[in-house]
Design a protein around this ligand. Structure first.
Ligand code: AVJ
Length: 321
């Protein structure tokens, strides 16, 4: 067996630690306290997210996997041979295997994720299972620009599953997709998973699971601040809060202070009122048509779209101009 370091090409473009500190101090200085959701994914956070994906109430992962399994031959035919597949937020690289198994002689797989240990492990495991494939792992914050390996003989295809696009506001999503469209221009495409608008009670259950895994995932952010930034949060004084904002078509996730208290982060003190919230994540939902128009405004040509029988989740193939 080849030694691990020869199986994949690894690029460490991980953001420096002071970015987390700056983001927390800046976010706590705002009238609506906030922490960008990308910081949820430390080692423990990534593990908890993988657990969320298995929860009975959390339909997106299961539904998207079933869509991939059912329609991957059509997707692969639309993509063509030798593609360079680039996945944003590759996590455990589970979904991409379904696609790789259907693609015609894929040339390369580029996994991009912010969680370094999970990324390396998953990329190595994938390279073992796909010996013909060039596997490149890039540890980076993909909301910022970063260099990609040159495309090979086939189409450059971005794979962005999970409805992670929903973490952006629609304006940010348009900006992000416009950047992708530029990277993919000249024959590239994007296969993107988008969670659909639906009965809010289904959404509510998905983000307030009965085992409390989502709550642990959210509150782990405070544990991370305690450990990495010298914080003194007492987790018993906070609770997870998630609800659907109908006007904005999104699930909003907060950490709520259960009492009036003062917390310290890196030697700075912050006051929290009883019931005051720290905004930690948004998860925007779209109708098929809303998302197709957004993609079009970003410079893509919306091509095929696949939706499950219950109308829960969608996968869109977008072509770059
Ligand atoms: C990874 C952003 C798609 O919004 O559903 C799941 C993250 N947060 N439960 C989502 C998440 C709480 C997830 N995304």
């Amino acid at each position: 067996m080849k030694p691990t370091q020869d199986l994949i090409e690894f690029h460490d473009l991980a953001p420096p630690q002071e970015r987390f500190l700056d983001a927390v101090l800046e976010g706590f200085g705002r009238p609506q306290k906030q922490i960008p959701c990308k910081f949820l994914y430390d080692q423990r956070g990534s593990e908890l997210f993988e657990e969320i994906c298995e929860l009975p109430e959390y339909y997106p992962t299961r539904t998207e996997m079933a869509l991939l399994e059912r329609y991957r031959a059509d997707m692969a035919a639309a993509i063509g041979p030798y593609c360079q597949l680039i996945e944003f937020g590759s996590g455990a690289s589970r979904k991409v295997r379904l696609l790789l198994d259907a693609l015609d002689r894929p040339g390369a797989y580029v996994a991009v994720d912010i969680s370094k240990v999970l990324l390396r492990q998953s990329a190595v495991a994938l390279a073992r299972d796909y010996p013909e494939l060039d596997v490149v792992a890039i540890c980076a914050d993909y909301t910022r620009e970063f260099p990609l390996p040159p495309p090979g003989a086939g189409m450059r295809v971005a794979f962005f599953p999970g409805s992670t696009i929903g973490n952006f506001t629609p304006a940010e999503a348009e900006h992000f997709l416009a950047n992708c469209a530029r990277t993919l221009r000249g024959g590239g495409a994007m296969l993107i998973g988008v969670d659909l608008k639906k009965n809010p009670s289904v959404l509510h259950a998905a983000y307030n699971d009965s085992l409390g895994v989502t709550a642990d995932f959210n509150l782990n952010l405070l544990t991370r601040i305690n450990r990495e930034l010298g914080g003194d949060f007492d987790l018993d004084r906070f609770r997870h809060l998630a609800f659907y904002n109908d006007a904005r078509g999104r699930i909003e996730i907060y950490i709520e202070s259960l009492r009036e208290q003062t917390v310290a982060v890196a030697g700075r003190k912050f006051h929290l009122g009883k019931g005051e919230r720290i905004h930690t994540e948004d998860s925007c939902k779209y109708s098929v048509d809303e998302f197709r128009s957004l993609a079009q405004r970003s410079g893509f040509i919306p091509s095929a779209v696949w939706v499950d029988g219950q109308g829960l989740f969608s996968l869109h193939l977008l072509r770059a101009r």
